[in-house]
Design a protein around this ligand. Structure first.
Ligand code: AFD
Ligand code: MN
Ligand code: MN
Length: 398
């Protein structure tokens, strides 16, 4: 028995009401590649502008109430900046989201931070992590989202096992510092900026370190942090099964950690990832515990336009996956009715959910087409006028 039209409508509204996606402060600021940066006149350069941009994305999409912050970049004075951030939260109606320590740009982290051979540098890095946890407590932020660039560039230049030991020590100390309602999300990445070994290079390493650190540690899956051909939805299924999936950094990749717009290269993979999440929900695991976060900062696309694009794409793919008839699929899987199972699964991917999204937006008082509404709002043009003097004029829609 297939899903009725009214059941589909109800499921669609439930899915879109439930989907909350965190946007990154760094996604609104000028960034670039190691080959250079093309500055944008509308780019944000203050935390106030980042909150303003986040509020605009939330006004347009209705799905992005929290803003991920990067310590040092967004809170250069640490705890002393918390009051100002709180005021911005109230002013723009956007809450602080995950707190991201910054352990990869200071000169002394050249040979690593928490896994640096120098005990003094390891201690300094750990202190920054503990300070970041304190900032998260002061902001009422649940998640500390940790990515380390630690690694090495040449064989034989570092002891991998010693670095594992130093990471265990640091992450156990950090875990003990967490409040009861906080979590430490450990992100993995196969390479870059380290090009021979990265200390936390895959989900197994991150899962081990999370297990070692304690029950409030979990794994963060950045969808761009996998080798070509890797079955990411299988990793997601394993982490859900183990109960240690903390969340995602959404973006897309063609070759490496390209931070392209989610779904721009492989939307079917995003659909398959969301299917694993919806399926785990049917196993009473708490989907609410999984943090959906975007990690992108476009060099060429207009910053706010690209963020709206990512959110709308995530909503559509999440909705497609929500409408898989999972009961029927389970029966077909059980009976190994391969083609029928595949046709049901990929048929859900090919369903055009834009009419359902449109009626949800209408029901929630949101613009029918968030991208068009952004263009019609003149928000970017105002930002260019207010901020553009800082940079060479480059059209943000070029
Ligand atoms: C870079 C890293 C990693 C991290 C992000 C924010 O590759 O994804 O989460 O910066 O610090 O993209
Ligand atoms: Mn990331
Ligand atoms: Mn990345």
């Amino acid at each position: 028995m297939t899903l009725s039209e009214s059941a589909i409508g109800d499921l669609a509204f439930q899915a879109l009401d439930a989907l909350r996606i965190e946007i990154p402060s760094w996604g609104f600021a000028n960034t670039g590649t190691r080959f250079g940066k093309f500055v944008q006149p509308a780019a944000a350069s203050t935390i106030e502008e980042k909150f303003a941009d986040a509020a605009e994305v939330n006004r347009l999409t209705g799905a992005t109430p929290t803003l991920a912050l990067h310590v040092l970049w967004d809170l250069p004075n640490g705890l002393r900046d918390v009051a100002a951030v709180r005021a911005l939260e109230r002013r723009f109606g956007i809450r602080s989201g995950s707190i991201n320590p910054t352990l990869f740009q200071d000169q002394e982290y050249k040979y690593g931070s928490l896994a640096n051979p120098s005990q003094a540098i390891r201690e300094r890095a750990l202190q920054h992590l503990l300070d970041s946890i304190e900032i998260a407590k002061a902001l009422g932020a649940r998640d500390i989202s940790l990515w380390l660039a630690d690694g090495s560039n040449y064989p034989g230049t570092q002891s991998i096992p010693k670095r594992i030991g130093w990471l265990e020590e640091a992450l156990c100390a950090a875990h003990d510092h967490l409040a009861d309602d906080q979590r430490l999300l450990i992100e993995y990445k196969p390479f870059e900026p380290a090009f021979y070994h990265t200390d936390i290079a895959d989900w197994g390493m991150a899962a081990y370190l999370a297990h070692k650190a304690g029950p409030k540690a979990c794994v963060l899956v950045d969808t761009g942090h996998h080798y070509s051909g890797q079955n990411i939805e299988q990793v997601v299924a394993w982490l859900l099964y183990l109960g240690i999936l903390g969340g995602f950094h959404f973006n897309d990749r063609r070759y490496a950690d390209d931070d392209l717009t989610l779904g721009s290269i492989d939307p079917y993979q995003v659909f398959r990832i969301f299917h694993e999440l919806h399926s785990s929900q049917s196993k009473e695991s708490s989907l609410g515990g999984v943090a959906y976060m975007i990690d992108q900062s476009h060099n060429l696309k207009g910053k706010i336009e690209a963020m709206v694009q990512t959110v709308v794409t995530a909503q559509e793919l999440y909705l497609k996956a929500a409408l898989v008839d999972r009961e029927r699929l389970a029966d077909l899987q059980q009976s190994c009715d391969l083609v029928a199972a595949e046709e049901l699964f990929r048929g859900a991917f090919w369903r055009d959910v834009r009419p359902l999204a449109l009626s949800w937006r209408a029901a929630r008082g949101l613009p029918a087409d968030p991208l068009e509404a952004l263009r019609a709002s003149g928000y970017v043009e105002r930002a260019v006028r207010e901020r553009g003097g800082r940079h060479a004029a480059v059209s943000s829609y070029a």
